[in-house]
Design a protein around this ligand. Sequence first.
Ligand code: FES
Length: 147
Amino acid sequence: MTDMTRRNFLVTLTVAGTAAALAPLGGAARADDAAPYFVNVGHAKDFPVGETKQVDYPAQIGGYAFVRRDSEKAFAALSPKCVHRGVPVNYDPATKGFECPRHHARYSATGEHLSGPGNGSLAPLQVKVDKDGVVWLQSLVAPSATG
Ligand code: FES
């Protein structure tokens, strides 16, 4: 094998390995190369208007996320990672806000930081509903890595 052939072989392996690592698997999709991955988190009928629901999410990002339905067609989603040290926050249905179990930072229903350590808001996540009513939530990790 010449040097050029060996280099082409290694480039081919790298491209193939990257493509395999990023290939979407069941329950997730990728619209195009620039878009994030999306994970199926349920059907719109299971998200009552005016409520926030905890949904399963890749373990690397806390294991869950929150989806809020503001109206028939308006959905919003938040990462559970506390801005202080990244501990997943809990949802409190009584206040419709979030609280971190570690040092008790509190956040509003829209993720705005209200009190406690840390600066900034809970990170918003893209959420979309397809024509069949399936709710898709942005995932920052490849579906194959979500196991
Ligand atoms: S990790 Fe959340 S308040 Fe410290």
